[in-house]
Each structure stands twice: as C-alpha cells, then as structure tokens.
Ligand binder design. Structure first.
Ligand SMILES: [Zn+2]
Length: 356
C-alpha cells in the first residue's frame, strides 16, 4: 500500500492528523502505521532511525548541549463507529483524534520539517499505550533500549487541550482485610462477624481528609477511596473474612514506599496487603528546556492528576510533562474530536520553542 503520509501531508499538521486517524491502529494492530511512520522518518536525511517492535525512534545528532524527547503513542482504543475521520466546521471527528493522533501529528510534522532544531531531538512513536503496560512500547524501550530515552527533558503529546500538565500523581492499590470467626447465624454469638468489622475501615475512609500539595506551582489533590468490597460465605453463616480494596492517588512528593506507609497508618490495626503501585512524577519545571517551553506556551502549568507515561521518564531522572492539542475529556469517547485551531496553535508553539 502506498504511504499516505506524503510530503504535502507532512507539512500540514491538520491534514496529517486526519491522515493518521484514517490509518487504523487499534492496540496490537500498529504495524501499518508504524511502517508508514518509519518510512517517512528514514526519508529525512537529518534523522537516524531505529525500531523495536512497532515502536519507531528517530533522532537528530547535531551536537547540541541539550536533548529533548517528543513522544506519542500510535495506538487507539477500539473503534466505535467513529472511523474514518469526518470534518465538521473546525472539528475533526474520529477514533484517536484527541488521544492522541493530533499530538503524534505535531511530532511527526516537526520531525519531517525541522532539520535544524534548537536542541537535539529524539522522537518516539510507540505502540500499545492503551492496554496492559507489559505491551507498552515505552515500557519495552525502557527495558531493552533505555539509551533511546536519555534526554534532559521530555514532552508527551497526550491530550491536554493546549495546557501544560506537569508531573503526575502516583497510584497504589491495597487490600484491607478484616477477620472473624464463622458460626451459624442462628447462634451468631458464637462467631465474630468480619463484615461488621469492615465498618471501621469504611468509617476511616469517610473521615479521611486527603492532602492538597503544590509543587512548582502545580496543585495535586490526593485521594483515598474504597473501590471494591468482598465478603460473605452463605446466607446462614457469620462470615470470617472481608476485604476492602482501596486505591490511593498520591502527590509526587511521596514515593511509592511512603504512600504505602501512609496507607498502613490510616488502617492501623488492620492487615494491609499491597496489590500494585506506580510512582508519580515531579513536575520538573526547573530544567532549562522546560522553562523555555513554558515561555513558548505562555500559560501557567497545571498538575496532571492521572497516571501517565511521564512517570517512565521521571523514573530515569528525566523531567517530563504532557502537552497536546486534544481535549482529555473526549479521549476514548464515541464522539471523540479535536479542534483544528488547537492543532495549529500547538504546531506554532512547538516551532517557536524548537526553531532557531
Ligand atoms: Zn493517550
């Protein structure tokens, strides 16, 4: 199949967004889009290109003092009667328009049209962000090609509606367990009811006052919530076990270990079992390329409350933030769309920042 990413398309980030949306790339089906992107990048004399699975990396080597990563995932969630794209006035509708082919389009447009950027640039177009993290292209790169990620600063072009969203909160899930003693409900006094004992766990959750933390001007709001509860043996048995699953979202000034210690403190006297956790990422807005980026955007940063792949860069000590034209509230929605004006604004901002 001829590559639809022609030179005419690459120079126009809006046309490029549409063209990328019209290459179907639901997670685990990124081969076609990765092939097209790789071919375009290999045609650019100023880039050296490598590939791992369906993740494509391209970089300049101009001997600049600083290196910046621009990254975006190529995959989308499953189609939902929203393929191919359609245009209505200033809006492009279609699966992946917001999350995040408009962001990928900005990076690919720059890769093709900016041979002489102010910093050395590494472009990462990666696979499988929307599914289990064991398939995530950035995760796979961090395991087997960590040198691809080395940089002074990274921008993920995930949808933020043109706002700089810095850092991200960490997340932790744990089981809080209560125990009791089984008995026939006709002689309940011989047992001890573990579901009733969970009342105290729920009370502590209701009474919990989460922290609000401001770091580098970004305000993070923590949360601790029950997300599931399980218990009970049969309709005539006093239950001897109950489990409340809790999810804590924590500001990036806490490590995973400190967050777990905090959960242990909140549920002192109960058994707490960690099931999984992922670290947050500090906003890292003090690095020189980050400060210059904020100047180019010309607006105050906001805190990222969800967990995103910026944490993978933070784990390597690389400050990273999210900035993209899509509206995050439309990600994964059936009527997903992106504003053409936001794509043009984003391209202008990145040219202002990265052009000489
Ligand atoms: Zn995304």
């Amino acid at each position: 199949m001829a590559n639809p990413l022609t030179p005419d398309v690459l120079v126009d980030p809006v046309e490029l967004t549409r063209t990328l949306v019209d290459i179907e790339s639901v997670s685990r089906h990124e081969q076609a889009i990765a092939d097209h992107v790789e071919e375009v990048l290999r045609d650019a004399a100023h880039l050296s290109v490598d590939r791992l699975g369906n993740t494509v990396m391209a970089r300049t080597d101009l001997g600049r003092e600083q290196r910046v990563v621009l990254a975006g995932h190529l995959d989308t969630v499953p189609l939902n009667d929203n393929f191919p794209s359609t245009v209505v006035d200033d809006l492009i509708y279609g699966c992946g328009t917001s999350d995040m082919k408009s962001g990928v389009a900005l990076a690919l447009h720059l890769a093709a049209t900016l041979p002489d950027p102010r910093y050395d640039l590494t472009y990462l177009f990666y696979e499988a962000e929307e599914i289990d993290s064991k398939y995530n292209g950035l995760h796979l790169v961090s395991e087997s090609r960590p040198e691809w990620l080395l940089a002074d600063f990274a921008v993920l072009l995930e949808p933020t509606y043109g706002v700089v969203e810095a850092g991200c909160q960490g997340t932790l899930r744990a089981l809080v367990k209560t125990t009791g003693r089984r008995a026939h409900t006709a002689r309940a006094w011989r047992g001890s009811n573990a579901i009733h004992a969970a009342g105290e766990v729920l009370q502590r959750l209701s009474d919990y006052r989460p922290r609000t933390v401001t770091i580098d001007g970004c305000t993070y709001r923590e949360g601790l919530n029950a997300v599931k509860i399980a218990g009970g043996v049969a309709g005539n048995v006093v239950p001897d076990a109950c489990v409340v699953e809790v999810n804590m979202r924590f500001a990036p000034d806490r490590t995973e270990k400190q967050a777990l210690e905090h959960v242990h403190e909140v549920f002192e006297g109960f058994e707490v079992e960690l099931t999984d956790s992922a670290p947050g990422a500090l906003p890292g807005l003090t690095a020189a390329p980050a400060r210059e980026f904020l100047t180019a955007v010309g607006a105050e940063p906001a805190a990222k409350l969800g967990w995103t792949d910026v944490a993978r860069f933070a784990a390597l000590g690389i400050p990273a933030l999210n900035y993209g034209p899509g509206d995050p509230l439309l990600a994964h929605a059936q009527d997903e769309h992106v504003e053409i004006g936001k794509i043009r604004d984003g391209a202008a901002t990145l040219h202002r920042w990265l052009g000489l």
